[in-house]
Design a protein around this ligand. Structure first.
Ligand code: PLP
Length: 357
């Protein structure tokens, strides 16, 4: 078995050697002109990837903390969660533990979030915040943000909209300003193609204003604290510099590839994988039209022995996914994001072809 198999799990994803190299760049002081220059270049690059002029905060911990950064800075009346998989469910759990008034719209796993359900609930007037996961990594379901954006603009302009884009940001086009997302969050170990432990969010003026009125939000996740340091092109706490050097490298690679080419690459790899699955008479787990562009979740109707295949693949140098949580054994996921290019994907699927059992 290879000690460091190539990762084909949907996070952490494969990090190529050119990126690993820059992670060991020499340290710089976190209150120096050098860091401000670095942070400024990261902000500009990320704003381009997200089609936004919103402020971008760089955060040295996992994205799970940003769920609470979003909610603690916005919920006063109540929060509506859309739950259609393991991560949206955990986010709702975090709101329960924060003692917010909340309601969850529960979907069967595999389904996307539906705008009419959101409309029905928001019309009760019980909420000031809406939270949802754009790309449910557990099920490979990507929900359509556009109709929800239109609904919020048309009927609920005061609602604060929080979106988890952990497995879509930098792999799927999300036009933040056009959609009007108040708080978009991600960590770096998925489509950004960096190690885990670092997060990124974009924040609108609307959530910043709201934050200034919300009580009991603590210090560590307070947007006002982040904003104060943002204005100095610094971070509130000592940041993970290796991640920042890595992000700079990724942004350069995105620039080289061309942003539209990046979106097309991810979509092409999704199409290729879906076709591959269908050619093997397997089903896709997500409902039609909600298939993610960054990972493909395959319903194992052919009853392949995924555990055995995973062992053989490990011997061949690949770490395979065998399904998340409740879905383990029923589905498996093929990630195709970040540093995975078509050649990597084709190689991996060809190797799977050799080991199907
Ligand atoms: N949200 C989604 C959709 C995820 O896939 C994950 C992790 O896989 C998380 C949140 C949690 O991210 P982190 O481990 O960075 O806290």
């Amino acid at each position: 078995m290879s000690k460091f198999p190539k990762l084909f799990i949907p996070g952490p994803t494969h990090v190529s050697d050119d990126i690993l190299d820059v992670l060991s760049t020499k340290q710089i002081g976190h209150r120096t002109p050098e860091i401000s220059e670095l942070i400024e270049s990261l902000i500009k690059g990320i704003q381009k990837v997200l089609y936004t002029s919103n402020h971008i905060y760089l955060v040295s911990h996992a994205a799970t903390g940003l769920w609470e950064m979003g909610t603690k800075n916005s919920v006063e009346k109540g929060i509506l969660h859309c739950v259609n998989g393991a991560f949206s469910s955990k986010w709702a759990l975090s709101s329960i533990k924060n003692n917010f008034n909340l309601h969850s719209i529960e979907y069967e796993w595999g389904l996307g979030v539906k705008v009419d359900d959101i409309d029905k609930e928001l019309s009760t007037g019980k909420y000031d915040v809406l939270a949802m996961v754009h790309n449910e990594t557990s099920t490979g379901v990507m929900s359509n943000l556009k109709p929800i954006a239109e609904l919020l603009k048309r009927k609920y302009p005061d609602i604060i909209w929080l979106v988890d884009a952990v497995s879509s940001m930098a792999g799927i086009k999300i036009e933040v300003d056009m959609l009007g997302i108040d708080f978009l969050l991600s960590s770096t170990q998925k489509a950004w193609g960096l190690p885990a432990g670092f997060s990124i969010c974009s924040v609108s003026d609307k959530i910043l204003n709201k934050s200034s009125k919300v009580k009991n939000k603590g210090y560590f996740l307070d947007l006002e604290v982040y904003e104060k340091y943002y204005n100095k092109l610094q971070t509130p706490t000592t940041p993970s510099l290796p991640h920042m050097f890595g992000l700079k490298k990724i942004l350069e690679k995105i620039e080289e590839e061309g942003i539209e080419n990046r979106w097309t690459r991810h979509k092409d790899m999704a199409d290729y994988t879906q076709k591959w699955a269908k050619n093997h008479e397997q089903d896709l787990f997500p409902e039609d039209g909600c298939e993610s562009f960054t990972l493909t979740c395959i319903k194992n109707i052919k009853k392949w022995n995924v555990n055995e295949m995973s062992n053989i693949l490990l011997d061949k140098g690949f770490r395979m996914d065998r399904g998340y949580g409740n879905l383990r054994g029923k589905v498996f996921r093929i990630p195709h994001m970040g540093n995975i290019y078509m050649d990597d994907l084709v190689e991996y699927l060809n190797v799977i072809d050799e080991v199907i059992c």
